[in-house]
Write a protein that binds this ligand. Structure first.
Ligand SMILES: C[S@@+](CC[C@H](N)C(=O)[O-])C[C@H]1O[C@@H](n2cnc3c(N)ncnc32)[C@H](O)[C@@H]1O
Length: 320
């Protein structure tokens, strides 16, 4: 396998960390390790996601395998879920952490005979989702405000429960997965796309450990992304069978390069003032943009091509 070459636009890691430290204070960010900042982060960041990331409500990374120009890959996660459900009954579908409704709209349009429900913590996200359903004339989708750790009883049993970049916020997996498993019909499936830790900070150089933790904390994953083994244990502990474990890490790098390039200029002129005046968690997306690439890209010189984090699709099935 040939070694991944970062584009020349990427600021090397030591310089990226130095820039981040001057603008945000690296230790100020790292001091938030372990805190729960999920609500505050999303409340402040929604405007940034809408204005500077994706106008139609995607709050996840596009997947880009080079087959389409630009960043057309925001639907790749839901399309992969559809393919993994091929031939299965799809009447009742649930998204955990459905954000502003981008994935739900796709599911509701593509499975018009299914009931599609999303659960999200933030009232603003629920409001945006309901508006999107109305605008698209979709009567088969619904958004519920709440914590994905308690799926409302009246929603029944699901053929598919999925999540895109939201279960990273779950403080614990074993009980959550047992609850998810209990809500799947026999043969029903549970699928996720998310980032996962390949290493703990102590297993990385100081710079890479800082890059990983800052990339996590600045997107409100303050206790760190879960590891794949932790996921596998929780899947098994909930009585589910693994169906897929797929690595998409190289496909998120184009999104992360684009965000990195946008954030290199945060120290200059108008942007410097902006960083100081924006709400704290909204401004910190600038730090996330700088570090997201370094936290996911393969670490130079490693034979296994691993970065501190990887981006994967994991799917499991409830036995009949
Ligand atoms: C990165 S966004 C992804 C949103 C959406 N899945 C997408 O792909 O566009 C993560 C979402 O998870 C939601 N979230 C985080 N913790 C949650 C919880 N405990 N219960 C419900 N939603 C949660 C956040 O409010 C946010 O909308």
């Amino acid at each position: 396998m040939s070694e991944y070459q970062p584009p020349s636009s990427i600021l090397p890691l030591p310089e990226s960390l130095a820039l981040l430290d001057r603008v945000f204070g690296a230790n100020t960010i790292l001091n938030d390790r372990g805190k729960d900042q999920v609500r505050a982060y999303y409340k402040q960041s929604l405007i940034g996601y809408e204005k500077y990331y994706h106008a139609r409500g995607a709050m996840h990374m596009a997947l880009n395998d080079g087959s389409e120009p630009g960043l057309g890959g925001f639907q790749k996660q839901v399309k992969r879920f559809r393919d993994l459900m091929s031939g299965e009954k799809m009447e009742n579908i649930l998204e955990l952490g459905s954000g502003a409704g981008f994935n739900l709209v796709w599911m509701a349009k593509n499975f018009p005979d299914a009931k599609v429900t999303g659960i999200d913590l933030l009232p603003d996200h629920i409001g945006r989702t309901r508006k999107r359903a109305k605008k698209n004339g979709l009567t088969n989708m619904e958004a519920r405000e709440g914590d994905f750790a308690s799926i409302p009883e009246d929603l029944g049993q699901f053929d598919l429960i999925y999540s895109v970049e939201a279960l990273c916020h779950a403080p614990e997996l074993p009980n959550l997965f047992k609850q998810i498993a209990a809500r799947l019909r026999p043969g029903g499936r549970f699928m996720v796309f998310d980032s996962f830790r390949n290493f703990q900070p102590g297993e990385l150089s100081e710079d890479y450990a800082r890059a990983m933790e800052i990339a996590e904390i600045t997107v409100a994953v303050n206790s760190g992304f879960h590891t794949v083994p932790a996921w596998m244990d929780a899947v098994k502990g909930a009585g589910l069978e693994l169906v897929a474990d797929e690595d998409y890490n190289l496909q998120v790098l184009p999104t992360l390069v684009m965000l990195h390039e946008r954030c290199i200029g945060i120290e200059g002129g108008f942007k410097r003032v902006l960083m100081k005046t924006l709400p704290r968690y909204l401004a910190r997306n600038g730090a996330a943009g700088l570090m997201g690439f370094h936290a996911h890209a393969p670490i130079p010189g490693r034979a296994d091509g691993q970065g501190p984090l990887s981006y994967r699709c994991i799917a499991a099935r409830k036995p009949e």
